[in-house]
Unconditional design. Structure first.
Length: 461
């Protein structure tokens, strides 16, 4: 039996869902006989680029479209495995030959950005002076890798990820047609996990369709996919906003005990924030993105969620309204007084300027801000040490930045760029880089509580 995404792959432009801004234009072009010699379809994976390319190749030739058909005049090339200039030269030689059955010989080049520079140059020569019977339809997920010389000689169409409401209705129709007994709430989870990709969403629906002979609900789906429940995510976020560390640790421990990975929790928390952005949650997103890159993601996640939430300040502070000036009646002009004799001038003494104060960095929020500035600065000035900084821990107190590199090699790499890091620090601050692992009593207590408790043990050598 074919997979759902293959069974429900569109066969005409009118059957394509969610890309009306493209299919409408192409249908009119076919109806009016205004066919371009080159098309470039760009957009994320699973949005229908290849499907539309195949449909277009069939419709301009008047061929009926079936998924398994094979026409000599429609040639599909995977650029990922045909990257060399020889492949394109071979294409050029065969393109000169007239089509065998249709009006046009159509070349569909998938993942065209994978072609080498020399292959692009060879393809450009054909695009500059194409045979009248040849049409190129190119597709790519990375449009910025396609040379502008190719893009400028093609009609470019941008495919978008499906709107969640459009995807939900599409999946409802398919679930009904396939007699898949699934709730709307569970389908919404499929939509979120599919990320706007038709292929991924249909593949996921196909996967979960066998979970139960009874109704498939959100709880069953979350367990099967290893996902946290939405109410648990909101509870964690609300606990973070209220600086309720106990609540956060309890919810987090419950999710981890159920086998859900820290990276999955962080990813779903980011999605929950994007779905319902609250100002107090936004500062958390930068920390959550670091969880999957850390050697101890569960610890990183706990520390991110139990750190105090930064206070929310208005984006545009409203200045107080100026007080109305009192209206004073004009007084009569006084009689002129005799001019007194001028006093000897006294040269004014310069006012001493206050000594510059050293910025104080005390709170965890201030330290995190300085650390983020260091990361951003190094991404421009010295990208090679960014990964070592991201793996490291740090403390910032008493005008001293201590970097815990965890490994001797990492310490040496960071130490070499000490002067670059110093450019971001407030004046008067010092830097220490060591190869140790940061241990803090508060952090250890939180970690121990998450892991089910524990006590400190001293081992005599």
């Amino acid at each position: 039996m074919k997979a759902l995404y293959r069974r429900y792959r569109p066969k005409t432009l009118s059957e394509v869902v969610g890309q009306e801004q493209i299919t409408t234009v192409l249908e009119k072009a076919i109806a009016n006989g205004k066919i371009a010699h080159a098309y470039l379809f760009i957009g994320p994976r699973g949005t229908g680029k290849t499907s539309v390319a195949r449909i277009l190749a069939h419709q301009i030739n008047g061929f009926p479209y079936e998924l398994e058909d094979d026409y000599l005049d429609i040639i599909e090339i995977d650029a990922a495995s045909n990257t060399g200039v020889d492949n394109i030269r071979d294409l050029r030689e065969k393109a000169i030959i007239a089509p065998s059955k249709g009006k046009y010989k159509v070349y569909i080049i998938d993942e065209v950005h994978m072609l080498s520079k020399s292959a692009f140059n060879a393809l450009l020569k054909t695009l500059e002076e194409p045979p009248e019977h040849v049409i190129f339809i190119m597709a790519t997920t990375d449009a910025y890798k396609v040379p502008v010389t190719i893009t400028s000689r093609s009609q470019v169409f941008t495919f978008k990820l499906a709107n969640p409401s459009v995807m939900l209705e599409h999946l409802k129709k398919i679930a009904k047609a396939e007699k898949i007994n699934i709730t709307d709430e569970a389908l919404e989870i499929v939509v979120r996990r599919g990320g706007g990709s038709f292929r991924d969403s249909l593949s996921l629906l196909d996967q979960v369709s066998t979970l139960s002979d009874d109704k498939i609900d959100a709880e069953l789906l979350n367990k099967a996919l290893g996902l946290p429940a939405q109410d648990a995510l909101i509870s964690i976020l609300n606990g973070y906003a209220a600086s309720d560390a106990t609540r956060v640790r309890e919810q987090l421990a419950s999710l981890l005990d159920s086998g859900i990975k820290p990276e999955v929790i962080a990813d779903n928390l980011i999605t929950a924030i994007l779905d319902n952005p609250q100002p107090i949650w936004l500062g958390l997103m930068d920390k959550l993105t670091e969880v999957s890159r850390n050697a101890y993601p569960n610890v990183k996640l706990l520390l991110a969620l139990t750190a105090p939430a930064a206070p929310v300040t208005p984006a545009f502070p409203v200045a107080p309204a100026p007080k109305p000036r009192a209206v004073i009646a004009a007084a009569p002009k006084p009689k002129p007084m005799p001019t007194p004799a001028p006093e000897p001038e006294i040269e004014p003494q310069p006012t001493p300027e206050p000594a510059p104060s050293t910025p104080q960095v005390s709170s965890s929020a201030d330290a995190a801000e300085v650390w983020n500035q260091i990361i951003l600065h190094c991404e421009d000035a010295s990208p090679g040490i960014v990964k070592y900084l991201q793996d490291a821990d740090y403390t910032f107190a008493d005008h001293k930045l201590t970097i815990y590199a965890k490994k001797t090699f990492n310490q040496k790499q960071i130490d070499k760029r000490r002067s670059i890091i110093a450019e971001v620090l407030p004046e008067g601050c010092t830097i220490e880089v060591n190869n140790q692992v940061l241990t803090q009593d508060a952090d250890l207590a939180a970690i121990a509580e998450l892991m089910g408790g524990g006590e400190e043990v001293t081992i005599d050598e």
